[in-house]
Design a protein around this ligand. Structure first.
Ligand SMILES: C[S@@+](CC[C@H](N)C(=O)[O-])C[C@H]1O[C@@H](n2cnc3c(N)ncnc32)[C@H](O)[C@@H]1O
Length: 350
C-alpha cells in the first residue's frame, strides 16, 4: 500500500466531509438571514452581531467560528471581529446577484433525506418520487437555478437565437415545460409583454409557488397548468418551447420530446437546457462531474425510476442529447454558443 497516496486520499475525503458539514451551517446562516445582516457592514464583533440580529449569543459564536474557519468570514483576532467580504456576500447574501450560491445550502441537505429511499431502491429497484423531497428541494431548485436564469436568460441565453428574440418581442405563444416555480416563464413574461407564456409542470407545489410569484409580479401574460410534458397541448401550437433542466428528469424523455415536437408550430424553435456534461464517464471525471452524478443519484435519476421511468441521469452529453432529439423526429439540432459553467444550450427544431 502506498501510504502517501492514502494520506492524500484522506485529505481529499476530509475536504469533502468538511464541505458537507459546513454547508449545513451555511444553511443556518442563510435561513436566519445572518448573511444579509453581515452584508456591507465591514468588521463586526460578536456583541455587535448579537445586538444587530437579536440571535442567541452562544449559537452565533459557534456559527461565526465555523464560517471563519471555513474562510467564508474573515476573522481578525486583534479586534475579535468578523467580516463578510463583498465578494462572498455576492454569493451568499444577495439573492439578486447572478453569483448567488446559497440556494445550494437549501437544496443539497434536502437531497440527504432521500438516502434511505435510494438505499432501498438500490437493492430492490424503484426510486424516491419528486413529491417526497419536500418544499426545501423545490425552493432549493428555484434558489439555485433562479438567480442565473433571472439575470442571464434574456441578456445572454436567448440572444444566442436573435430570430427568436425578434419574434418574442413581436408577440408569440411560448411554453416552458417542467417550469418548476416559474422563474424562467416569469422572467420571459416580464421581458416580452407582447408574448403569451404557458408554464407546464407535473408538480402541484411547484406550480403553487409559480402562480403566487406571477400574482406578486402582476404578470398577466403567463399561465401555469399541471400538465405532463408528454401531454402538452398541440392545437394551437407553440412558436417557442423551452425546457430548463427537465428532460433528464422525466419518466419518458422520448415521449416528452416527441410531444414537444408535436406541439411546436410550423417554423417554431425548441430550446433545451441541460446540465453541462460529456457523453462518457471519462469526460466527466472532475469536480463538476462528481456534483452532477451525485445530484443525479440522489434526485434526478431516482425520481424518474420511482415511476418506472428511464432514469436517464443528469450527466448526458451533447451526443446523446442529439440522438434523443433525432429519435423523437427533430431534424435540426444545434449546440448554442452560450458561455455557462453549469448548463449546455441546444436549439432544436424541424
Ligand atoms: C430540476 S427541476 C427544474 C425546474 C425549472 N425548470 C428550473 O429550471 O428551475 C425539473 C422540473 O421538471 C418537472 N417535471 C419532471 N417530469 C415532468 C414531466 N413529465 N412533465 C412536466 N414536468 C416534469 C419537475 O416537477 C420539476 O419541476
Amino acid at each position: 500500500m502506498d501510504k502517501d497516496e492514502m494520506r492524500a486520499f484522506m485529505g481529499r475525503f476530509m475536504e469533502m466531509t468538511t464541505g458537507a458539514a459546513v454547508l449545513g451551517v451555511v444553511a443556518v446562516a442563510d435561513r436566519t438571514g445572518l448573511f444579509r445582516e453581515l452584508q456591507g457592514q465591514g468588521p463586526l464583533t460578536l456583541s455587535e452581531i448579537v445586538a444587530r440580529t437579536g440571535f442567541q449569543r452562544r449559537y452565533l459564536e459557534e456559527i461565526l467560528a465555523t464560517l471563519s474557519a471555513a474562510e467564508i468570514l474573515i476573522y481578525a483576532p486583534e479586534g475579535e471581529s468578523y467580516c463578510l467580504p463583498d465578494e462572498h456576500a455576492a454569493c451568499l447574501a444577495d439573492e439578486s446577484s447572478p453569483y448567488f450560491l446559497a440556494g445550494w445550502s437549501q437544496m443539497v441537505p434536502a437531497l440527504y433525506g432521500a438516502i434511505p429511499g435510494v438505499v432501498e431502491a438500490c437493492r430492490e429497484g424503484g426510486g424516491v418520487p419528486f413529491s417526497e423531497f419536500g418544499d426545501d428541494m423545490i425552493e432549493g431548485i428555484a434558489r439555485s437555478n433562479g438567480p442565473g436564469t433571472r439575470l442571464m436568460l434574456t441578456r445572454k441565453w436567448l440572444p444566442a437565437m436573435p430570430d427568436v428574440v425578434g419574434r418574442l418581442e413581436s408577440g408569440i405563444r411560448v411554453a416552458d415545460v417542467g417550469c418548476g416555480s416559474g422563474v424562467a416563464a416569469l422572467t420571459m413574461a416580464r421581458a416580452y409583454p407582447n408574448s403569451e407564456f404557458h408554464g407546464f409542470d407535473v408538480d402541484a407545489s411547484s406550480l403553487e409557488r409559480a402562480r403566487l410569484a406571477a400574482q406578486e409580479q402582476g404578470a398577466e401574460n403567463v399561465f401555469f397548468a399541471q400538465v405532463d410534458g408528454g401531454s402538452i397541448p398541440s392545437d394551437p401550437g407553440f412558436d417557442f418551447i423551452t425546457t430548463f433542466d427537465v428532460i433528464h428528469d422525466v419518466v419518458d424523455p422520448l415521449a416528452v420530446l416527441g410531444q414537444i415536437r408535436a406541439a411546436l408550430a410550423e417554423g417554431g424553435a425548441y430550446l433545451m437546457v441541460e446540465p453541462q456534461a460529456g457523453d462518457d464517464l471519462e469526460e466527466n471525471l472532475h469536480a463538476a462531474g462528481a456534483l452532477t452524478y451525485a445530484l443525479s443519484t440522489l434526485h434526478c435519476m431516482t425520481q424518474s425510476l420511482a415511476h418506472g421511468g428511464e432514469g436517464l441521469g443528469a450527466a448526458w452529453g451533447p451526443g446523446r442529447a442529439e440522438q434523443y432529439c433525432r429519435d423523437a423526429g427533430f431534424g435540426r439540432f444545434e449546440r448554442l454558443e452560450v458561455a455557462n459553467p453549469f448548463n449546455a444550450f441546444y436549439r432544436i427544431g424541424g
